[in-house]
Design a protein around this ligand. Structure first.
Ligand SMILES: [Zn+2]
Length: 213
C-alpha cells in the first residue's frame, strides 16, 4: 500500500494547551511522526505560549476554539466575533500565525454564524468522548471501533486520560496503516470558508450534490 492509498485521518485536540498534559501529547505525536490539529482555548494559549510555539514549530495546525469557551449560539453575533477576534490576536502575538479554522465550543454553531466566517468550522465524525468518560480504555475502544478513512476525531489535549492513552491509539492507527495529517491536509482544496466540515467524506459528498443540482 502506498502512502496515498493509505487511509488518512485527522486527530484534533481541544481546550489546550495544558502544561501538565500537552507535552505528553506532543511527545507521543512526535514519536509516531503524526501531524494533528490543536483547537486552542485563547486564555490557555496566553498562559502557555511556549506550547503553542512548539505546536507550530513541528507543523501541527491551529484552530480557534474561542477565548473563554462559551456556547457561541447563546451570544450575540458581536460577542461571538469578539471571542474569536481576541483569540486570533493572542495566538498571532504568540506564534505569528492566525488559526486556519474555527472549532466552536461544544460543536455548537448556527448557519448564520458560519456564513460570516472566513474560515471553515471544523466539527468531527468520531467523538472519543474523552471529555465524558475520562477513561483510557473507553477512549481507545471508541476510536478503534469507529475510525474510517477521511475521519476527523475529537480529543482533548487538556485531559490526563487522553495523554495516557494516546500512545496506544497511535500504535493501533500505525498498525492499521492510517496516515495522520492536519485537517487542512486531510480536506485539501475543498478546505474553504463558510462551511461546516465533519469529515473528508462529508465534504466530498456535499460537493458532488452541489454539482448535481
Ligand atoms: Zn472545548
Amino acid at each position: 500500500m502506498s502512502k496515498n492509498e493509505a487511509p488518512h485521518i485527522a486527530l484534533t485536540f481541544d481546550d489546550g494547551p495544558n502544561p501538565d498534559t500537552t507535552p505528553h501529547i506532543l511527545a507521543a505525536l512526535a514519536a509516531y511522526h503524526a501531524q494533528a490539529s490543536f483547537m486552542l482555548w485563547g486564555e490557555h494559549a496566553a498562559a502557555a505560549p511556549d506550547l503553542v510555539r512548539q505546536e507550530v514549530a513541528v507543523g501541527h495546525a491551529l484552530g480557534n476554539h474561542t477565548d473563554t469557551h462559551p456556547n457561541l449560539t447563546e451570544l450575540s453575533a458581536d460577542a461571538a466575533n469578539a471571542e474569536l477576534n481576541r483569540t486570533d490576536a493572542a495566538i498571532k502575538a504568540i506564534s505569528g500565525q492566525v488559526p486556519i479554522m474555527i472549532r466552536p465550543p461544544y460543536g455548537a454553531y448556527t448557519k448564520d454564524l458560519v456564513a460570516h466566517w472566513t474560515r471553515p468550522a471544523v466539527i468531527w465524525r468520531v467523538d472519543s468522548e474523552d471529555w465524558k468518560s475520562h477513561d483510557p480504555e473507553s477512549i481507545f475502544t471508541r476510536v478503534k471501533t469507529q475510525i474510517q478513512d477521511g475521519d476527523i476525531v475529537l480529543m482533548h489535549d487538556a485531559l490526563a486520560a487522553t495523554a495516557q492513552v494516546l500512545p496506544r491509539v497511535l500504535q493501533y492507527l500505525h498498525d492499521h496503516s492510517f496516515q495522520l495529517v492536519t485537517v487542512p491536509d486531510l480536506i485539501g482544496p475543498r478546505f474553504t470558508h463558510a462551511q461546516v466540515i465533519h469529515s473528508r467524506t462529508d465534504v466530498t459528498m456535499r460537493n458532488r450534490e452541489d454539482k448535481e443540482q
